[in-house]
Structure formats: structure tokens, C-alpha cells
Design a protein around this ligand. Structure first.
Ligand code: FAD
Length: 656
């Protein structure tokens, strides 16, 4: 089957097939390799889009496994989950069935940057995810290790242009596919490290993927090496919680999914987390034993955003570092010490732990470890996540240099949708930076690449005020239904109804004028900065922090009562009112930038000295270093705000 006639430099280790599937060989529209967070979303999305899909993964019982932290969401990550949910993806719904401690982060800031987060029961998450995957129509699941890709023979006139035709398993069997999605996480040439010991593994206890890594490299993909790590797990009963700060969950819990009004567990039945800190003895042990820690000596890039305790000690010496003690599940005897990822030899890990307050008698049940693995430079994929080198081959998740379940899930849903659309010869489904954090993630990866594990933050998004967790359905559900077919009828109708109610509610609020005698009682004296005699619209009054829909409805019950009665609608109207004027301004800026995206920036522009244009020093430096060719490219530089791009655009246009 190998095309022996090809010259050696064109010869990938992938096998070649004819264009038609051999009779009797299994044949699917979409085959997804890997049952992690990217793979489950990709497989379910492709099936929801109507493609006959196969999820091929090492083990069915590890589908949905959370390899590291027992939590989902957070600042930026919660936004991604909401967007995955808006496209009818799985992780948000499964978290609402599996969480043990729900808490919204960043509450003191505006709702645009609230971070929905929950501690998750690992076992329950896996069980619920497996149930979902095994019951998804059009989705088949098979255990097996994929060793190689099957490619269609290149056309004689285009010898280097490949198209994927399927996969070859380790037992030599083949599965044909019209599109293939690779979501192999940390498994490509994965190596697990503890102390000076290193052994091949995708993660502790799992075989690495070697053949597939070789194939991708030989096909010409640019491959890099990254590393990450996980903390030791501690026996719950060996911890002295009584002397630590306790964090209780929110009451009420805020669900991740738009379709849930509540989560499966009452706040009073949820589990607490505890906070402790490292002390100087931890630094001493780490520094004295660097020679026994090969993960730290390695030059490959570790995660900047979930750094190991060793990296923190080296980068920020003599500090007390926070350690959160998080439950692994309702009936689990284990505690996950977040912030204490390490790769010291196992006996030294115990020593480190016993220096920490509350952990003086702690027992390590499983040592922490590091993993080093291949990733593929994501600049080799297009915004649909299809590779540029091999047609109909898609990459999603950690394979693209990201870290985190939510980043993987977000890419998975996009890759699954596009793998299916490609089979149906439909245009790709691309989310832009102005439409979603998914767009920010994909655009950052495909245009800038990454040299360290990439994680989502709200600061990466230029249009934070409009890309909020509360409105992800308005941004994506309707598009997902109409353009991709990945959204159920029921969800589509719900999102359409909500969108219509919001539009109607805003226009009603705008139309109601309240005399000052009515509105003055709603707003505390100190918050009022305008003439107290003027009438105001109900929308203007709702912008005040102290005012909510119930209060307004008490003043004008006839038109407003129905909006106050539905909790979700009332909360969303309040958020819309809060951001209304800032958003109008931002919408104009977005339109202005979109209209002139292709406008070329003069090559000799000296950003550091540019006069008559309002740009912060940070933005000037970023523009100076990146030297973008166009306004669109300038707008995509992380940290270059929309306001800065608009100012730059106006400057260039007047200077022309
Ligand atoms: P995974 O969830 O790893 O799933 C990969 C799947 O592919 C697995 O099911 C595997 O069995 C399957 N597979 C692989 N190769 C093949 C093959 N050839 N054939 C068939 N099936 C195959 N994230 C953080 O945010 N913070 C952290 O601190 C952090 N630390 C981590 C520490 C460790 C040790 C590990 C392993 C991961 C860590 N992560 C961390 C990352 C997080 O687990 C991943 O980002 C996330 O799971 C990636 O999802 P994925 O779907 O891309 O890959």
C-alpha cells in the first residue's frame, strides 16, 4: 500500500490508499482520534451536524478523563464553556451534572469578566460524559490505538498535496473516513518524568503515541516540544483542615449551561475548598534538589500559567505561594493541592508537603509528575482547524499547543463541526474575534502560534464588553443552528425566544419615562450625578448598580412585571442596561475596524514617536515590535485594544 514510487523526501510514513474504501472496511464520514476534552466535543459535534462519526480512542473507560485539576471554568475559561454550550456542546451540561462546588470568580468586577467555575467530581464527570457519548445518535465508539494515517494518492500533477482517507490502527486494521480529527493531547511522543526517572507515556499509566508522531513529522508538519505537570494527590483524612481558611460555594449555584436553571446538587450539600500557603522550607528543599529534577533542567517550555512549584520558587524566591486544597469528588478520599504541581523525586515531594500548614501529617497517595510531549505549530492550521498540509485532516486540543480542558473543548467543537461541513462540501464555520472567545483562541493560535502552553484569559479578547458569558447564546446559537446544523431545534427555539424577549424588553425599558419623583427613591442619593429634576428612561435607571428589575417593576408594574418575573431575563436585561452606552460605542468601533481591516499601514510608521494619536506606551511597544501590515493585523495583536486600533485607523486615514 505504500507508494514506493515517491521519492524519499516525499515519502511520509503514512500509507496510501485508492480513493475508494476497500470493500468490507469500516467507512465513516468523520473519524475522531482521542476521547479527551477536544475529542468528545469534536465527535459529538460532527454527529450533531449529521455526519456518521467514529470516536476512536485508547480506552472507553478513560473517555472524558480529567488528567489534571478537578475543576472546570474560571476567568476566560468559563467564557469558552458558555460558547461551547451555545453551540450545543457537552462540557457545560456535564459539569452541571457533576460539580461539587460552584463559585463565580471575579464577582467584584463587571459581569463581562465573571468567571464561572466549579470543582468537579472526576468520577461523575467521566461517567456522565461516557453516558452522553455512548448515547449520541450517529456516533460510534471503538477502542484502539491509531498508529498511522491513510492518505489518498497525490495527483501526479501535485505530488506533495495530500488528502486524508482514514486511519490505520496498531493491529494493522484500517478505518476509512472522509475527514479525520486528531485530538491526541499530550500523547504524541509523551514522556512522563518524576525526579530523574523518565519513561514513555501519554500520561501516567497510558501508552504514548509514537507512530502517529512520526507520520506527522514525515508529512512535513513543524513539530515542537512542550511540558506540563500535575501535583501529588493527598489523602483527605491526613489533612488538618481545622486550622485552614475555608471557602464555601456560592448560594445559589450558577449553572454553566444555558439550558439549566440550576445544577444537580444543592449548595448546602456541596464540598468546601481550603486555602493554605507554602513557607521558606519549601524553597529550600526545591533549591537544594534541583540536580534531582530533570523536568526543571529541561529546556522545553513549561506552562507559564499553571507553573510548577519549582518554577515559582525559581522565578519568585522568598514568597509564600497560595495552595488551594480542592476535593476530587463527593466520595473521593483524595485532595488535589492546586498550585503544587511538582516533579521532584516522590520521597522529596512528601517532604515538601509536610512543610505546609495543615499538611504536616499529610500522606501522598500519588506523586506529582511532569509530561513532555510533541505539539504541532498551530500556524499550520486554518481558522476552521483544518491542516494546510493535508486536506480534511483537522487538529484540536493540546496537540495545537494549548493547555486546559476548556481550550481543548472549544477547539474540539469547531473541528468537529468543520470536519462534518467539509464532507458535506459546505463553507467552513469560523468564529471571529469579534464574535467569541473561541474566535480569539483560534485566531491567536493560527496567526501567532505559540511557544508555551496557551491558556485563555479575558485580557486576550479585545471586545470583552460584548463577549460576555451571559450572551454567548445570542452570539453563537443561531449561527450554529443555521450555518452548521450543530444545534438542536429545542435550543435554537430557546435562544431565539430569549433574543426576541431581550430586544423587546430593552425597547420597552427605553420607552418608559419616569419622573424624578419616582426614580429618586430607587437610587441612593450618593450615586446620583445628574440633575435630579429630569425624567429618565427605565433603561437609564436600570444602569445604576443598586437598581434591578424587581424594583423597577414595582414602580411601573404594567409593562415591566413580566420581564421581572423571569429571573434569567431580568438579570440579562440588567447586564444589557449596564453596558448599553459602552457597547454602542464599541459596536461603532468594531464596524469601523471591520470596514477598514485591509487598510495597509505605512511601512515607515514610527510607533514609538507617533504624535497626535492616543496610544498607551504598551500598545506603542507592541505595534513597534510586531510591525503589522494592515489594520486587521494590528487589531489582532494581543493587548492592542479596540480603542487603540480605532485611534490608529483614524490617524492613518487622515494622514493619507
Ligand atoms: P486529552 O484530554 O489528553 O485526551 C487525549 C485523548 O487521546 C486520550 O483519550 C487518549 O487516550 C487519546 N489518544 C491519544 N493518542 C491516541 C492514539 N494514537 N489512538 C487513539 N487514541 C489516542 N491543563 C491545565 O489547564 N492546567 C494544568 O496544570 C494541566 N496540567 C496537566 C498535567 C498533566 C500531567 C497532563 C497530562 C495534562 C495537564 N493539563 C493541564 C492539560 C489538560 O489535561 C489538557 O489540556 C486537556 O486534557 C487536553 O485535552 P485533549 O482532548 O487535547 O487531550
Amino acid at each position: 500500500r505504500v507508494a514506493a514510487s515517491l521519492s524519499k523526501q516525499h515519502l511520509p510514513s503514512a500509507r496510501f490508499s485508492g480513493d475508494r474504501a476497500a470493500p468490507g472496511t469500516p467507512h465513516f464520514d468523520v473519524v475522531v482520534i482521542g476521547g479527551g476534552h477536544a475529542g468528545t466535543e469534536a465527535a459529538a459535534a460532527a454527529a450533531r451536524c449529521g455526519s456518521r462519526t467514529l470516536l476512536l480512542t485508547h480506552r472507553v473507560d478513560t473517555i472524558g478523563q480529567m488528567s489534571c485539576n478537578p475543576s472546570f471554568g474560571g476567568i476566560g475559561k468559563g467564557h469558552l464553556m458558555r460558547e461551547v454550550d451555545a453551540l450545543d456542546g457537552l462540557c457545560a451540561r456535564i459539569c452541571d451534572q457533576s460539580g461539587v462546588h460552584y463559585k463565580v470568580l471575579n464577582r467584584r468586577k463587571g459581569p463581562a469578566v465573571w468567571g464561572l467555575r466549579a470543582q468537579i467530581d472526576r468520577k461523575l464527570y467521566k461517567q456522565n460524559m461516557q453516558k452522553e457519548i455512548l448515547n449520541t445518535p450517529l456516533l460510534a465508539v471503538r477502542e484502539g490505538a491509531v498508529e498511522d494515517l491513510l492518505l489518498a494518492k497525490p495527483e501526479p500533477q501535485r505530488p506533495g498535496s495530500f488528502r486524508v482517507r482514514g486511519v490505520v490502527l496498531v493491529d494493522g486494521s484500517t478505518v476509512y473516513a472522509e475527514s479525520v480529527v486528531l485530538t491526541t493531547g499530550t500523547f504524541l511522543r509523551g514522556t512522563v518524568v518524576i525526579g530523574l526517572e523518565m519513561h514513555p507515556a501519554g500520561r501516567l499509566g497510558d501508552q504514548p503515541s509514537l507512530g502517529l508522531a512520526q507520520t506527522l513529522e514525515k508529512l512535513g508538519f513543524v513539530v515542537g516540544r512542550l511540558k506540563t505537570g500535575t501535583p501529588p494527590r493527598i489523602a483527605k483524612e491526613s489533612i488538618n483542615f481545622s486550622i485552614l481558611n475555608k471557602q464555601t460555594p456560592d448560594n445559589p449555584s450558577v449553572p454553566f449551561s444555558f439550558i439549566n436553571e440550576t445544577v444537580w446538587i444543592k449548595p448546602e450539600d456541596q464540598l468546601p475548598c481550603y486555602l493554605t500557603h507554602t513557607d521558606p522550607r519549601v524553597d529550600e528543599i526545591v533549591l537544594e534538589n534541583l540536580h534531582l529534577n530533570s523536568h526543571i533542567k529541561e529546556t522545553t517550555r513549561g506552562p507559564r500559567y499553571c507553573p510548577s512549584i519549582e518554577s515559582k520558587v525559581l522565578r519568585f524566591p522568598n514568597r509564600r505561594h497560595q495552595i488551594w486544597l480542592e476535593p476530587e469528588g463527593l466520595d473521593s478520599d483524595l485532595i488535589y493541592p492546586q498550585g503544587l504541581s511538582m516533579t521532584l523525586p516522590a520521597e522529596l515531594q512528601e517532604k515538601v508537603i509536610m512543610c505546609i500548614r495543615g499538611l504536616e501529617k499529610a500522606k501522598v497517595v500519588q506523586p506529582g509528575y511532569g509530561v513532555q510531549y510533541d505539539y504541532l505549530d498551530p500556524r499550520q492550521i486554518s481558522p476552521s482547524l483544518e491542516t494546510q498540509l493535508v486536506q480534511r485532516l483537522f487538529f484540536a486540543g493540546q496537540i495545537n499547543g494549548t493547555t486546559g480542558y476548556e481550550e481543548a473543548a472549544a477547539q474540539g467543537v469547531i473541528a468537529g463541526i468543520n470536519a462534518s461541513l467539509r464532507v458535506r462540501r459546505k463553507p467552513p464555520f469560523v468564529v471571529s474575534r469579534t464574535e467569541g472567545y473561541i474566535g480569539v483562541l483560534v485566531d491567536d493560535l493560527t496567526t501567532l502560534g505559540t511557544s508555551e502552553p496557551y491558556r485563555m484569559f479575558t485580557s486576550r479578547a479585545e471586545f470583552r464588553l460584548s463577549l460576555r458569558p451571559d450572551n454567548a447564546d445570542s452570539r453563537l446559537t443561531l449561527r450554529g443552528y443555521e450555518e452548521a446544523g450543530c444545534v438542536s431545534q429545542q435550543r435554537f427555539e430557546r435562544a431565539s425566544r430569549m433574543k426576541a424577549s431581550l430586544e423587546e424588553g430593552i425597547s420597552v425599558l427605553k420607552s418608559i419615562q419616569l419622573s424624578s419623583s419616582k426614580w429618586k427613591n430607587l437610587i441612593p442619593e450618593a450615586s446620583i450625578s445628574i440633575d435630579k429634576g429630569v425624567p429618565l428612561s427605565a433603561l437609564d435607571i436600570l444602569k445604576y448598580e443598586e437598581v434591578h428589575m424587581e424594583l423597577l417593576a414595582a414602580v411601573a408594574p404594567a409593562p415591566l412585571q413580566k420581564y421581572a418575573e423571569c429571573r434569567e431575563l431580568a438579570e440579562r436585561l440588567k447586564i444589557e442596561a449596564t453596558y448599553e452606552s459602552a457597547l454602542l460605542h464599541q459596536q461603532q468601533e468594531i464596524k469601523e475596524v471591520q470596514r477598514d481591516e485591509a487598510l495597509e499601514l505605512p511601512e515607515d510608521l514610527d510607533y514609538l514617536r507617533l504624535k497626535d494619536v492616543s496610544l498607551s506606551c504598551e500598545v506603542r511597544e507592541k505595534l513597534h515590535l510586531s510591525r503589522p501590515r494592515t489594520i486587521g493585523a494590528a487589531s489582532r495583536i494581543p493587548g492592542v485594544t479596540p480603542a487603540a486600533v480605532t485611534n490608529l485607523l483614524r490617524f492613518v486615514k487622515t494622514a493619507q
